[in-house]
Design a protein around this ligand. Structure first.
Ligand SMILES: [Zn+2]
Length: 96
C-alpha cells in the first residue's frame, strides 16, 4: 500500500499499524507451536493474523481515550493472538 494511504488529516497511521503487525507476527511464531491441533495452512495462518489485528483495534477503542501514542503491552498481544489461534483452530473454515 502507498504510504499516503495511511494518512488521516496529514497524520500517518503507518507506525502504529506496522508495530501491531510486527508484534502479531512475533507472537504467532511463539504461540502457534503451543497448539498441536493447528494445521499451519495459509488460510488458517492468515485468519489468525487478520483476527488478531481486528481484536487489537477493538482494544484501542475499548480503553475509551485516544491512545494512539500509547503502546499496548506484550500481555495484550499475547492475549489477543492466543484467542485468535483458539478461535481459528475451533472454527476451521476449509475442508481438510
Ligand atoms: Zn487450515
Amino acid at each position: 500500500m502507498e504510504k499516503e494511504d495511511y494518512e488521516v488529516f496529514g497524520v500517518s497511521m503507518a507506525n502504529i499499524r506496522n508495530k501491531n503487525e510486527k508484534k502479531v507476527i512475533e507472537f504467532m511464531k511463539k504461540l502457534i507451536p503451543q497448539f498441536p491441533e493447528f494445521d499451519y495452512c495459509t488460510i488458517c495462518l492468515q485468519d489468525v493474523y487478520a483476527l488478531s489485528l481486528n481484536q487489537l483495534t477493538a482494544r484501542y477503542t475499548q480503553s475509551g481515550t485516544i491512545v494512539l501514542k500509547k503502546d499496548l503491552a506484550d500481555d495484550d498481544f499475547r492475549d489477543v493472538v492466543e484467542s485468535a489461534i483458539e478461535t481459528v483452530t475451533k472454527n476451521v473454515k476449509h475442508p481438510d
